[in-house]
Design a binder for this molecule. Structure first.
Ligand code: UTP
Length: 288
């Protein structure tokens, strides 16, 4: 099983980050010196992905523009001898083969993934949520692909969350396989305390096989009236083998303010240009 395609659903409305996301897609908000979506694309590329489909909507064309050439700007940078800036601008346009499809109605994550059917064909593919940024030694998508290849299975990324937080996620019913890898037996989207299987939550990364498309086509709207990917995965895990990978690394939900700020601070502290300065600034603030 070789995984070379990835799908990035990025067609959500971003209502938790309003008014900032009224005209700027949340995936285009800058995390230190790059937009959120670039971190996600870089993770995919570092995981061996060659072709990437971004699921967008009519309010998100800034994303397509970002991964395109900018002749006027590039000419100006070149004439001014600003080679570093020129390279940075060029790199974003040549980073991978990027394709786009629109989700014409915001009908949920499951519906957004279903829009990738023609792009994916028969191959297994990775899914990276457009607002979940990971900081990890080994890219999280690579950790999932390795497990999926080893077990000939679909894979979902997971970590334990606090018991009081699981109702915001999908809860997994798992059985141990090997170390950080579990067999997935069942799952529930946004469970009540009585419904939850465990505190292992699905967090933003998947490797799926083509069976998911027929399943999603027949999945009725679930929680919030939207077609939920988890409802489709619940059926998939009973049809084909599925593993959960308790991945090494930290996940940031940049689609809400606290997650966005955590990511901004953590990535800035690791940045060569501003990291040392920011640490001093924070220490100074903490002293009051
Ligand atoms: P979220 O629930 O985190 O995103 O969806 P949202 O809907 O933009 O958020 P809020 O609650 O309004 O702030 C998880 C992922 O699924 C995508 C989102 O873009 C995000 O990557 N999504 C969600 C779609 O692509 N289409 C949808 O219809 C819904």
């Amino acid at each position: 099983m070789k995984v070379t395609k990835a799908v990035i659903p990025a067609a959500g409305l971003g209502t938790r980050m309003l008014p900032a996301t009224k005209t700027v897609p949340k995936e285009m908000l800058p995390l230190v010196d790059k937009p959120v979506i670039q971190y996600i694309i870089e993770e995919a590329v570092e995981s061996g992905i060659e072709d990437i489909l971004i699921v967008t909507n009519r309010a998100k064309s800034a994303m397509d523009d970002y991964f395109d050439y900018t002749p006027e700007l590039e000419d100006r940078l070149s004439a001014a001898g600003k080679t570093e800036e020129l390279e940075a601008v060029r790199r974003t346009a040549d980073i991978a083969n990027i394709f786009y499809v629109r989700q014409k109605e915001t009908r949920g994550l499951g519906h957004a993934v279903w829009r990738a059917k023609r792009f994916v064909g028969d191959e297994p593919f990775a899914v990276l949520l457009g607002d979940d940024v990971m900081m990890a030694e080994t890219p999280v998508t690579k950790q999932l692909i390795d497990a999926a290849e080893r077990y000939g299975a679909s894979a979902v990324g997971t970590q334990k969350v606090l018991p009081e937080a699981i109702s915001k996620y999908s809860s997994l019913k798992v059985a141990p396989l090997d170390g950080r890898i579990f067999r997935v037996e069942d799952m529930n989207e946004k469970p009540t305390p009585e419904e939850k299987f465990s505190d292992y939550a699905i967090l933003g990364r998947y490797v799926l096989t083509r069976e998911i498309f027929d399943i999603l086509e027949n999945t009725p709207p679930g929680h919030g009236g939207e077609i939920q990917l988890t409802d489709g995965l619940k059926t998939l895990c009973k049809l084909v083998p599925m593993v959960a990978v308790d991945f090494e690394g930290r996940r940031y939900d940049t689609g809400n303010l606290k997650g966005f700020l955590e990511a901004t601070i953590d990535f800035a502290l690791r940045n060569d240009e501003v990291g040392a300065w920011l640490r001093e600034f924070i220490e100074e603030k903490a002293r009051g």
